[in-house]
Design a protein around this ligand. Structure first.
Ligand SMILES: [Zn+2]
Length: 241
């Protein structure tokens, strides 16, 4: 049996209704053996109306918030150690942040993986060109490839993801997954990794969808391509002589 991880959950830090502890409890009680969860709150998104022009300003607007976020996820990780593994991901809105990616990338200390949402084809090619520069795995959140890349063949999309090592998220929003059969037929023959997530916001009922997504992934030959990002090592604190 595959170890189940739910790698897409929001908390009140952004637009989720449940705290990390509540999410952990719900996952442990949901009836399936869940090995870990990923917290993926939106970063660099508020205040969305504000234009940020330089690194200093970006840090002033988002820096503290991002550091607090990472710190609170890490504290939860310690509290739940031995019961449930907690990964610290984040979700980044592509259209909102595509002009400040260098700044965002420098602010990901402690982030284990990034989900990008609303990436269009131009965005994906941009991301593909720099995906390996990111300090952790990056992937596409809740992406219906036919809708998001309507003018690009499935083959070209899958090759782009494989070459750039951008992972693909299998997510509740795509259920019934059978409607995406054409896409899931091409994915397994390329080196594309997948994550599984429910994109939990205010309804824990979605946790019921985890097993069917895992079954679908396994039945499509993707078992070996399930990505569980590793927890990034802390930067060692210099020890005084
Ligand atoms: Zn989300």
């Amino acid at each position: 049996m595959v170890q189940m991880y739910n790698l897409h959950n929001h908390t009140p830090f952004s637009d989720g209704a449940y705290t990390i502890d509540e999410l952990c409890e719900a996952h442990l009680k949901c009836g399936w053996p869940v090995a870990g969860i990923g917290i993926t709150d939106h970063l660099f998104a508020t205040p969305s109306s504000r234009e940020v022009h330089n690194e200093k300003e970006f840090d002033r607007v988002f820096g503290k918030e991002a550091r607090n976020y990472v710190a609170s996820v890490k504290e939860a990780r310690k509290r739940w150690a031995g019961k449930l593994q907690i990964l610290c991901g984040c979700e980044i809105n592509w259209p909102l942040n595509k002009g400040q990616l260098d700044m965002a990338r420098n602010m990901l200390t402690g982030i284990d993986y990034v989900l990008f949402e609303f990436v269009d084809w131009a965005g994906l090619t941009t991301l593909a060109n720099q995906a390996r520069r990111w300090p952790c795995p990056v992937g596409l959140a809740h992406c219906d490839v036919r809708v998001q890349f309507p003018n690009t063949s499935l083959d070209q999309v899958v090759r782009t993801l494989a070459n750039a090592r951008i992972f693909y998220e299998v997510v509740s929003k795509l259920i019934p997954l059978g409607e995406h059969e054409a896409w899931f037929k091409v994915v397994p023959s390329h080196r594309v990794y997948v994550t599984v997530g429910t994109d939990t916001h205010d309804d824990l009922e979605c946790l019921k969808e985890l097993p069917q997504m895992y079954e679908y992934v396994v039945s499509h030959g993707l078992e070996q391509k399930i990505l569980i990002p590793s927890i990034r090592a802390e930067t060692p604190v210099p020890v005084a002589p």
